[in-house]
Design a protein around this ligand. Structure first.
Ligand code: PEP
Length: 249
């Protein structure tokens, strides 16, 4: 953890669950964990009902993507303002599944991030290398390029969040070594501070990729790891709460 930063454990529910299951999961998480910010990001159709179920609780709601435009002829898309209206406070942008499945590049993530900030949503920008890039020794330079292409002016002062998610660790049960995670997080901090100044010392840097109750304590204890973005394990209330409970305090 970075001293002085309030930890955040965010759950990415991806395209899982019925409306009923989403509300039940939200109800099971509602009381959260003392001293830790919790966030869940349900699929669009469940977002409002989940936000209502979480009203007055300790868990915030985010979305998994948004469009860069405010409105218009964009069939199937959702604007940042619509998400805000439905109860979201955060939005995940540039997840590797969006980059891979929808061809999103850094310029698209930048435009979406600007739209999210303009609508008053806190963006969580995902960056991370593929396995081939890591094996070629390019992890840090890939992340640096993604940051420089997708993080806009105003991101740090607005409280924007970065999630380091090595693509090869997502949903695979594999994670980088603790020293590899710490090295990339330190590099991300250096890059942000060099570009945005000391304000970036308190930007929250999340690690994501196969975080489970069994490995959460070790990962969350690393320097510059200010929380986690959790996929699979966020769908089981006990596991998600156990990960939040593993934040060192
Ligand atoms: C994710 O998709 O953001 C993620 C981290 O997934 P998982 O925890 O399942 O690896």
């Amino acid at each position: 953890m970075t001293p002085g930063i309030r930890p955040l454990i965010a759950g990415n529910w991806k395209m899982h669950g019925t409306l009923r299951e989403a509300v039940q999961l939200a109800e099971a998480l509602r009381d959260g964990v003392e001293g830790v910010d919790l966030l869940v990001c349900p699929p669009f159709p469940h977002l409002h009902a989940v936000a209502v179920a979480l009203l007055g609780g300790r868990v915030a709601v985010g979305a998994q993507d948004c469009h860069a435009a405010q409105r218009g002829a964009h069939t199937g898309d959702v604007s940042a303002a619509m998400l805000r209206d439905a109860g979201a406070t955060h939005v995940i942008l540039g997840h590797s599944e969006r980059r891979t499945n929808h061809g999103e590049n850094d310029a698209a993530v930048l435009a979406k991030t600007e739209a999210a900030l303009a609508a008053g949503l806190l963006p969580i920008i995902c960056v991370g290398e593929t396995e081939a890039e890591r094996l070629a020794g390019l992890a840090e330079s890939v992340v640096e390029k993604q940051l420089s292409g997708s993080v806009p002016y105003g991101f740090v002062t607005a409280g924007g969040i970065i999630a380091y998610e090595p693509v090869w660790a997502i949903g695979t049960g594999r994670t980088p070594t603790e020293s590899d995670i710490a090295a990339i997080h330190a590099a991300i901090r250096r890059i942000l501070v060099a570009r945005f100044g000391p304000a970036a010392r308190t930007t929250r840097l999340l690690y994501g990729g196969s975080v489970k109750p069994a490995n959460a304590a070790a990962i969350l204890a690393l320097p510059e790891v200010d929380g986690a973005l959790v996929g699979g394990a966020s769908l089981v209330a006990a596991d998600f709460l156990a990960i939040a409970g593993a934040v060192p305090r």
